[in-house]
Design a protein around this ligand. Structure first.
Ligand code: TMP
Length: 207
């Protein structure tokens, strides 16, 4: 059986990822492609429990190394329980965030060594990588204002603007370094313009 594809969606808070994931899923459903949508940290029962620890505002003592190990623990479970079996069954998987978020948040923003993150990446996923990554890029202040409207902030959203500026620059650096896998979308456009750009990319990717 033909293997499925793995698409990841990245970007800072408030970039409109969820709307666009639903948009891609609707389009692929119409092409008779079986699609699973999921998210990180999370996606399985165990990984969602780890997500709760990571996002809980009460966990002010969580140290940076523990945070990084937890995101990779959640990812390992997610990959082996859900993502890889689905891909082997020919399904497409769209994940709201994946390993690039660890490089952006724990690496570029928190300052952990990128080399150390690469070691964990190799441990958890070997040479397996997404087939396509869509980066929804927008100025930090715009994203934060949108995120605030959605409701109370989680542990990450408590960070200051310069943290999210480093997250943004981290994602942009990765998109230059891995331009074959990455497509960058200007998330400041209207929702309709963003949807059109996203579907254009997906149609090209299907060919
Ligand atoms: P979300 O709010 O987009 O669902 O993402 C949850 C938060 O987790 C977001 O603030 C980014 C953070 N995160 C990391 O710090 N490292 C990671 O590897 C992942 C997947 C998410």
């Amino acid at each position: 059986m033909k293997q499925g594809k793995f698409i990841t969606i990245e970007g800072s808070e408030g970039a409109g990822k969820t709307t666009q994931i639903n948009n891609i899923k609707d389009f692929l459903d119409k092409q008779d492609i079986e699609v699973i949508t999921t998210r990180e940290p999370g996606g399985t029962l165990i990984s969602e429990k780890i997500r709760e620890i990571l996002l809980d505002n009460n966990n002010t003592e969580l140290c940076t190394d523990a945070e990084m190990l937890l995101v990779f623990a959640a990812r390992s479970q997610h990959l082996h329980e859900l993502i890889l079996p689905a891909i082997e069954q020919g399904k497409w998987v769209i994940s709201d965030r994946f390993t690039d978020s660890s490089f952006a948040y724990q690496g570029y923003a928190r300052g952990l060594s990128l080399e150390r993150i690469k070691v964990l990446k190799q441990w958890v996923q070997g040479d397996y990588n997404p087939d396509l990554t869509l980066l929804f890029d927008l100025p930090v202040e715009v994203g934060m204002a949108r995120a605030k409207k959605r409701g109370p902030s989680d542990r990450f959203e408590q960070e200051k603007l310069d943290f999210f500026e480093r997250v943004r620059q981290g994602f942009l650096s990765m998109s230059y370094l891995e331009s074959d896998r990455y497509e960058v979308i200007d998330a400041q456009q209207t929702e309709l313009q963003v949807s059109e750009q996203v579907l254009k990319i997906i149609k090209r990717f299907l060919k």
